[in-house]
Write a protein that binds this ligand. Sequence first.
Ligand code: PBG
Length: 324
Amino acid sequence: MLHRPRRNRKSQVIRDMVQENHLFASNLIFPLFIIEGNNLKTEVSSMPGIFRYSIDNLLREVESCMNLGLNSFDLFPNIEESLKDKHATVSYKKGNLYLRAIEEVKKNFPEACVVTDVAMDPYSSDGHDGIVEDGKILNDETLEVLGKMALAHAEAGADIIAPSDMMDGRIGYIRQALDANGFKDVSLMSYTAKYASAFYGPFRDALNSAPKMGDKKSYQMNPANSREALIEAQLDADEGADFLMVKPGLPYLDIIKLLSDNFDLPIAAYNVSGEYAMLKAASQNGWLNEERSIMETLLSFKRAGATSILTYHAKEVLEKGWLK
Ligand code: PBG
């Protein structure tokens, strides 16, 4: 036998020498849920170990993450039902929970990278990412709301704005609104290929943001499709996106690979709430080894071609020393 691939696996030193992909703290973005109030920290029942924080506790959480070397955060608000309406007007209202959270994090930790989520659903009385009229989601009317939200986030100090709504044309629309208002340096991380997935369930529990009627299939992508992701990616690249994101992560590794093979922009993967819940449930039952299954999952995103990973595991992998 001339070729014995096992020779390159014969010791830990050699295995490390030929390792092709590595996971670093700098690759990770930690999603954090925020809620109105004081000194609150309430666990999301379907996401053990993940909490909704009032702003005071959010600052403590950000500080403890930064002490571990975790410096990027994506914020998501839980909004009281009474503040929601059809046009998500609270989403860009001065002084709202979300804008205060961005301001406080940037004021206390200027070196943190704050990613913000642009979409109507946490603020929408219909629980949709767009304006609903006669059961239809209105695309162009929704862009106006998204543009106002994005501007409000930029004014509050967002480093990266991540539109997660899947309306057509929103990257170009938001880019123009930002540039016209002097926010040329604020980045756009587009949810480029966001699928109509069952794996968002626990996130909607966390924010109480599930659609009140219907589903999101007229704007989020069909899980059966991959070539369609190339159309979305081309549009986002042309419209000025700085990152292309694929979401969910694990069931869509092929899409991460497809985009990284075809585009030169950095690719982000969103390891979503349902993926987190799956691994937690299995490891809490003793069915999977927690550390190994989580690390294997996160590394698979790097292997597929993602540089940045949004994951609820971000803090624990550092806290538990799994990256060493
Ligand atoms: C909403 C949004 C969702 C997620 C991020 N932004 C859910 C949805 O589209 O219904 C899901 C994240 C997760 O499941 O972790 N615009």
